[in-house]
Write a protein of this length. Sequence first.
Length: 255
Amino acid sequence: MVRPLFLALMTLLAFTLSATSAGAQSAESGATADFTEAELQRIRAEALAAILAYPEIIEEAAAILQERRSNAALASVLQDPNTPVLGNPKGEIALIEFFDYNCGYCRRVAGSLRGLIEDDPDLRVIMVEAPILSEESLEASQASVAAYALGADYEELHFAVMGGTGRATGDAVIEYAGEQDIDKDAISEKMETYEIMGTLSQNYSAMQAMEIGGTPAFIVGRYNVDGSLSEIELFPGAVPVEDLKLAIERLRQGS
């Protein structure tokens, strides 16, 4: 099965490259394409035959494309110094959460997430602020990211906000950060800067590219040396922490 699939993919690749080459050459001053029309027809027929014989290559190609799109979308988020990392910053397995401070489901899973961080010292946990529910949520995330950029202990701040009563607001987050002796006026000023809004904009773009429609959403993947993720598994919604643990363990066991 592997060899036919490989040949089918190579046929498709050859067709793509040849078509690209032909188009590029025809755009140049009168250059002649490498393939005649008859040869192009034959390549098309072989590609179609390969797809019909092994339709699963479409699913495999789609999975590869989705992973590449996911990595491209996540790249700016993962490389942003304003994206907080909890747990082990050098962990091979990464757990990413997209969250909104005013999301009731996000608050419900916060305790379980903190327990997972404490129980798994090798896990890298990446927190992606995704304030999609209200203006209050946006201001809370602005203040939270700004406080982190100014040196706040993000883990302490994050779980304090998640454990608070009432709506999370920018002012509430600033008060929590002030308890860590972070300058509250500096937070108020920084939270309105292009730097902070740029971080949140990147987070929105990543959500859209990965077709994440709400919070919370979790991603489990292998963190590679080049900063990309592979073997990505997406969990939309407030999934039980046991499901996340199983996904993490599967990656560690290589299955």
